[in-house]
Design a protein around this ligand. Structure first.
Ligand code: FES
Ligand SMILES: [Fe+2]
Length: 394
């Protein structure tokens, strides 16, 4: 542990606007509340579902499930190079068109009666179409709003979406300076967790647990005057939030970590990835996306809700260019495995939290000043659910 670094905790006065009330526990397990969130939160916001590097060529496609909106999406790069998203639903009688998770095709044929669509979603051919009572032009795949920021693909499944860049505000430009915007490949692992999406996500929005759950792996972030490794700064940007991760100037990383990062720094410098002033920043995009700015460890995590008490997480480490040599290969693997290890330390405690909350023993849970990002998430969700209820009379 380090000595005096001059660290000061963020004062409560900075987050007074979020209030200090206890947080109701029910929204973290109640199925009725979850039903409201589907429409009030997830139908009304942009969801990150992938990265342009997954669609390198015209005809490249990916299928993505957005369970919270019961949607299956087909994302395709068309002949014109444009990336579009469609419902993965044949317009004849609704059969899901594509089963593969990804691939490359110029046409998509429905297995049921062979209606065939182009990469732009238009219906090209349908057997015995003269027997139908509709025009081909009216049978194109249903398109979904798709926009890209920093190479990340976002979709919006609601009505009249606000343009993505307007929704992201100043964060859009900051994210564009990060290596993710230039990523060409990534290492991914996904997981299912028995936890509400907010509880699963909140674990990554507070450092209060690091000292206990990551006592070994998190050690470099603690010092005598910052024994919990709290952040240096919070930022609130509409529904989104950021924090500036604190660096302990006296930190000593375990040797394997020091080696992996040591190998990555010259590579990242060579590729011009270190030229960002947002390298210590943590970007939390509403509702359930976050990303670290770190140029050598470009970590992106999205929590996708499955039900009130179940979520699916996708964690990716994005890389610029294929690994050039054995050292870079080693460093990427070591960084990915370390990230996985740290995450494994979290899973049990998140699920134990869910079991406790789901028991109904608590009416409220509590969030301290340094857990302000968790409070901001809840306040934002609650506000959107309240607005939706008022509009729909539910
Ligand atoms: S449902 Fe797709 S062709 Fe009939
Ligand atoms: Fe953790």
């Amino acid at each position: 542990m380090g000595g005096e670094t001059g660290f000061e905790r963020i004062p409560q006065s900075e987050v007074d606007f979020l209030g200090t009330r206890p947080i109701p526990a029910k929204p973290y397990y109640d199925p009725d509340w979850f039903e409201l969130e589907r429409e009030a939160v997830f139908r009304r916001t942009w969801q990150c579902i992938g990265h342009v590097c997954e669609l390198p060529e015209n005809g490249s496609f990916i299928r993505r499930e957005v369970e919270v909106l019961r949607a299956s999406l087909l994302v395709v790069r068309g002949k014109d190079g444009e990336i579009r998203a469609f419902h993965n639903v044949c317009t004849h009688r609704g059969t899901q068109l594509v089963e593969e998770a990804q691939g490359k095709r110029t046409k998509f044929s429905c297995p049921y009666h062979m209606w065939t669509y182009g990469a732009d979603g238009a219906l090209i051919s349908a057997p015995d179409f003269d027997q139908f009572h509709v025009e081909k032009e009216d049978c194109a795949l249903k398109q979904v709003a798709l926009e890209i920021c920093a190479g990340l693909i976002f979709v919006h499944l609601g009505k009249d979406p606000q343009p993505l860049r307007e929704w992201l505000g100043p964060l859009a430009e900051q994210m564009e300076t990060l290596p993710v915007a230039r990523a060409t490949t990534f290492t991914e692992y996904s997981y299912e967790i028995d936890a509400n999406w907010k509880l699963a996500y909140d674990n990554f929005q507070e450092n209060y647990h690091l000292r206990f759950i990551h006592s070994r792996s998190g050690k470099p972030t603690f010092s005598d005057d910052n024994p919990f490794g709290y952040p240096a700064e919070f930022g609130f940007h509409g529904p989104h939030r950021t924090q500036q991760l604190w660096s302990n100037p006296e930190a000593v990383s375990p040797p394997y970590q020091a080696t992996a990062f040591g190998l990555m720094i010259p590579k990242a410098t060579e590729k011009g990835l270190m030229n960002t002033e947002h390298g210590r920043k943590y970007f939390a995009l509403f509702p359930s996306f976050f990303m670290l700015g770190t140029p050598v460890q470009h970590f992106v995590h999205v929590v996708y809700p499955l039900s009130a008490e179940k979520s699916r997480g996708v964690i990716r480490l994005y890389w610029v260019d294929e690994d050039g040599d054995a050292s870079e290969r080693y460093a990427r693997e070591a960084i990915a495995v370390t990230a996985h290890d740290v995450h494994c330390e979290d899973v049990d405690v998140i699920e134990a939290g869910q079991r406790g909350i789901s028991s109904g023993a608590l009416d409220h849970i509590h969030m301290q000043t340094q857990e302000a990002l968790c409070r901001h998430l809840f306040n934002t969700v609650e506000e959107m659910v309240d607005d939706y209820r008022a509009e729909t009379g539910q």
